[in-house]
Each structure stands twice: as C-alpha cells, then as structure tokens.
Design a protein around this ligand. Structure first.
Ligand SMILES: Cc1ncc(COP(=O)(O)O)c(C=O)c1O
Length: 441
C-alpha cells in the first residue's frame, strides 16, 4: 500500500508507542493537521532505515520515473542526501575535487568523510555577479594532474545555470572519477522537455534533488538518486550512509509528501502546470523587457529562476524597493541583480504582481552598474577535517593576512563559502572580517 494510503486509512488500534500525542494536538491547536498523521514505525508501517514495504514501493516508483538504479527519500533535505552520497564514495584521505560554488553541506561532508579537497573554480559572470558553468576543458586538465576519487559540483546553480553534465560525466568516466551533482534546484527537470535533462540522464553517478525548493513539497523533503551505470559500489552502501545521518523517527507525513509530489509531477496535470508556468514566465519577461528590465537568459539557463536587473538601479536598491514599497521578497540579491524563485505553486497572479511592481520602480538615469569581483583561489593550509574543532585565538584584522582562519565566511543565501576554517586569509577577505579575527592557534 502507498505511504499516502497508509496514513489516511482510519487506524482502529490502541497504540502505546512513540509519538505519545495520539495523533492529537494537545497544545498548538493551529497545527492539529500536522499531528493527525504523525505516526512512527508501528506494525504495518515501513521503516525508512530498512524499507521493505510501502516506503520501498514509493522509492521504487520514483526511481522508475527518474530512470535511476535506486532513489532514496531524505526527510532531512538535500543536505543529508549529499552527506550520505559523500560518505558512500569518499574514504578518509581520498582526494576529492569540489567546485567552489558548492553549498555548505559539501564542506560539512568533507569534515565528516576526511576527504582531501582541492577546489575547482567555476566560471563567473561579473556583470551579473554570479558563478556560471564548470568549464569541461579546465576540468579535464585538472583531472589530468591528479587522481581524484570524486568530483562534486552544483548544477543548476542557485541562479539556474546548468553545466554540460554529459560532457563533464564523460570526462569523469575517462579519468575514473565518480561524479556527484548537487541538483537541489533541478527537481522539475524530468517533467518538461522545455527544461534541461536531469544530471542522471546525462551520466552523473549520483545526484540529489531538494523537493521543497521548486517542486511544491514541504521543507526538508529531498531525494538521493543513484545511476544504473555507477561502478564498483554496492547500492546498500548508500542506505547504510543515509542511516548514519537520518533520524530513526522519520516524519511519515513528509515521506507521504515526497510520494505525493512525484505522483503530481508525473501526472498530466503536473506536467501541464510546469509548462504553463514556463509560458507565464516567458510572457512576463517579454513584457518587462520593454520597461528596461534585463533577464539572464543564456542557453543553459533554467527559466524558473528569474534573475533580473533593471537599468538605473542597483540590485540591492531594487530588492529594498520591491520589499519596502511593494511587499515582494526576493530569494537573493547582489550589487547588480535580484533573483526571484518560481516553481510549483507560483501563480499567474504572483507573477503579475512582480511585473507591475517592476514597471513602477523608480530609477536614477545616472546610475551605472559596476562589474563584481569574486573570491580568489583558496589557499588551503589545513584540510577541513584537520581544521575542525581547533584551538583558536583572536588577532586584529590588520595582522590577520595569511593567518589560518578558524571561521567560515558564508553569506546565506546562497550558502557558498568565501573562506573556510583551515584556509589562509587573503587581502580580498578583509572586507568580510570583523576587527577581531578568529585564527587557528
Ligand atoms: C545548491 C544547494 N544545494 C543544497 C542545498 C541544501 O538543500 P536542503 O535545504 O534541501 O537541505 C541548498 C539549499 O539552499 C542549495 O542551494
């Protein structure tokens, strides 16, 4: 039986198990519907740590839809899915190549696996202030220098830039390197031919998707996908790794929500909804172009990530004005651009509101955009595992150059590190540091 049916079936049983709340809200009445289906692994319910029944079936259905060898459910986000992927493929001291624009979960994974990282710098777009693709040629030359076990990259990026995973996966295969793609923001890709192909379809060994970012599911829902072509690894290793990090008391409503999400995405209605959304976005953009709004629209761009800038106003001021004067909040902004995230649930009315507000934004004709600069190549003095939990002291910022940072500098969103513990402080970092700087003693 599906997880959804299992939860909605009336349970005529007296249960003395966790959770004690008896599926009733004793306090917090406003969350009564959360409690209604909140069970644990009672008799007849499946177990996320060793699924044999409804969870296995639901995972199998998603795996068939996504054409994976196996897909696992995570109720702790793409974050935990990524940790599990890394723990499966990386042993202590293995060399790992990681794109620098990866989410912080990848850094956490380096601490937990004791992998030895070399950072790979993605391409940048100074005009928009964003990281863009992984250049396959640069990747190939890097892989020729050292034997890495794994390459980890993000595609699409937070702003919707897609790399050519097919070419990258061919290069990784040639060099005997596992490819893990953080596809957290690409959960809709399988469901419209107007969107890029999935990372798994393009040859990645492993990918992770968040379902709460664009696919309409609840926070914390995500999946871990393993390719049928992955070599020399037993699929149960992924389950074992997930079991290291996932709770032993998973939320059944969240699991059912993952199942329902894929039922919807894969339905005629779901696919139609995605295509309609893409159409509405296209219409919004073409109208706004006449009002001095410019959209990021390279070939490899995911249109659901509306990245824009407007003549005569900085990204920061545009963001403030939309927030303060029109009550519209963006996903992220920088000096030159603002990002509006759309997906399942983004209505035509919502897009209209954004469109009408953007038309009315006051601008200053003498304002000029300036190209943005990006962090320098990191100087790793201590590997993440060795920099973790160290004794530290404070020094004045003026004396901190080339000292080893004990702190992370990480604007959130997007959760990409500018400086990690164990890395030398460079001149570029000084603007981001307080007067007293924590350095490793
Ligand atoms: C690129 C990327 N990967 C992974 C994550 C983590 O996803 P989750 O929130 O599902 O744990 C995020 C979240 O912001 C992200 O932007």
């Amino acid at each position: 039986m599906s997880i959804i049916k299992l939860l909605t079936k009336k349970l005529d049983r007296t249960i003395f198990t966790t959770p004690s709340h008896n599926q009733k809200a004793i306090f917090s009445q406003e969350y009564a519907s959360f409690y209604k289906h909140d069970y644990s692994e009672i008799d007849g319910f499946d177990n996320l740590q060793n699924p044999v029944n409804s969870i296995l079936m639901a995972q199998g259905k998603v795996s068939d839809i996504l054409k994976t060898k196996q897909t696992f459910f995570s109720i702790q986000g793409a974050t935990t899915a990524m940790l599990a992927a890394m723990k499966t493929l990386i042993n202590p001291a293995d060399r790992v190549l990681v794109a620098r624009n990866c989410h912080k979960s990848v850094y956490n994974g380096l601490v937990l696996t004791a992998g030895m990282v070399d950072w790979f710098m993605p391409e940048t777009d100074e005009k928009w202030g964003i990281y863009t693709i992984i250049d396959p040629k640069k990747l190939e030359s890097t892989l020729e220098l050292n034997q890495y076990k794994v390459f980890i990259m993000t595609s699409p990026t937070y702003e919707g830039i897609n790399s050519n995973i097919q070419e990258i996966s061919d290069i990784c295969k040639k060099h005997d390197v596992y490819l893990i793609v953080d596809e957290a923001h690409g959960a809709l890709y399988n469901f419209s031919d107007k969107l890029p192909k999935t990372a798994i379809e393009q040859g990645a060994d492993v990918s992770v998707n968040s379902l709460h970012k664009t696919a309409g599911a609840l926070n914390q829902t995500a999946i871990l996908n393993v390719s049928s072509n992955i070599k020399n690894i037993h699929i149960t290793s992924f389950q074992n790794s997930l079991n290291l990090f996932q709770t032993t008391s998973p939320s059944y409503p969240l699991l059912a929500n993952i199942e329902a999400c894929f039922n919807y995405l894969n339905s005629k209605e779901g696919r139609k909804e995605i295509d309609l959304l893409l159409l509405e976005i296209e219409k919004t953009k073409s109208e706004l172009k006449r009002f001095g709004v410019e959209f990021y629209s390279e070939d490899n761009h995911d249109p659901t990530k509306i990245l824009l800038r407007k003549d005569g106003i900085s990204g920061f001021d545009l963001s403030d004005s939309l927030f303060n004067d029109f009550n519209i909040e963006d996903e992220m902004n920088n000096q030159n651009s603002c990002l509006y995230l759309t997906g399942i649930g983004t209505t035509k009315q919502k897009l209209e509101k954004l469109k009408n507000a953007l038309k009315k934004i006051k601008t200053n004709p003498s304002f000029e955009f300036q190209n943005m600069d990006f962090q320098p190549y990191p100087i790793v003095k201590l590997q993440p595992v060795n920099a973790y939990n160290r004794e530290y002291i404070y020094v004045n910022k003026n004396d901190s150059l080339l000292k080893i940072s004990n702190k992370i500098i990480m604007p959130y969103p997007p959760g990409i590190g500018l400086l990690y513990p164990g890395e030398a402080i460079q001149k570029w970092h000084l603007n981001y540091l307080n007067n007293d700087v924590e350095i490793i003693a």
